[in-house]
Design a protein around this ligand. Sequence first.
Ligand code: LMR
Length: 397
Amino acid sequence: VWAKVPMGPPDPILGLTAAFNEDQNPKKALFGVGAYRDGNNKPHVLQCVRSAEQAIVEAKMNKEYLGIVGFPEFVQLAVKLMLGPDALKAGNVAAVQTLSGTGGCRLAGDFYARFLGKGTPFYLPNPSWANHKNIFTDAGLTVKQYRYWEPRTCGLDLDGMLADIAAMEDGSAILLHACAHNPTGVDPTIEQWGQISDALAKRNVRILFDAAYQGFASGDPERDAAAARLFLARGHQFALVQSFAKNFGLYGERVGALSMVCADADEAKRVDSQLKILIRPLYSNPPVHGARIVAKILSDPALTAQWREECKAMANRIIAMRTALRSALEATGSPKPWNHVTEQIGMFCYSGLTAEQVDALRTKYSIYITKDGRISMAGVTSANVEYLAQGIHEVTK
Ligand code: LMR
């Protein structure tokens, strides 16, 4: 029946895990998917999550369906976490629970395709998370790129970005990474965000913030919310996608939110009604367990404080591993500059390795990083950092 179905390529990020699992080399090491590992390279469940789960189990809650828009308490707490405690007071934010960040992006993409029109230009930073292109293309938008990364400085190409914003088609849309840009680990400063806001204020371009790493950029979720809060304070209307996979370690629970800051409460109600109409035929309503966990933590001051500490500890371990990787690279005698390893922030190091060097790392050393040279720093430990550095040195000689 499916004789004409061609073989598809593996996913550039998740496909690495599958290849890694089949690799028989005992020295193999995986730095692909952005999933936090502890100092022993083991998946990590936060203690505040364990406590919240315990309370949920003890409360013997039922397993009824959530409403189409999800668990309202979770959604409200999620929006306030990023946009501040007063964000919902004016009633102009339409917000729904989503299937983590991917589901939130796809829902936003479907909304844009329906109300801005199929084929609407949708601008991603160059580069961006590999899945963004698939998500917004499949939603029916025309994915384009704006300048972001400057290879010469391993930093932000602000002038290029501002020029590209000025030249975007009227009525198009742009995605901004709220913090801890994936894959480059390069974020605008708050002054630069001000300039980006000024440039966008002159344009009829819809704004979508993707926030998958709140807490991972600076270790402080409030500081990591600065860009989105600046845009809110300046009166921008925008969509915000939040993932709770990384900062709460709830990867497989698929917990996320999409909120849309609207002109007023009436517009928000209409947007909300249309989000429901999009969600119902997609998946009816989202899963309940992860949303209950986040809601429990964010509604309990002691658990919230514990979460902040645990989130900071994860961010700090990654920062420590950046220092360790840079030192190990410098200790190999590599003449190349490795300062960007410690200057970049968030979960990833955008190493500058070419696709050929990435291939060589994999075939010669069974070290797995994504084709664009991105290393998931969350997978680096004191036990594997030297092997990684040696491998990088050998393939970049
Ligand atoms: C990543 O970039 O590795 C993560 O966002 C996980 C994913 O789904 O790709």
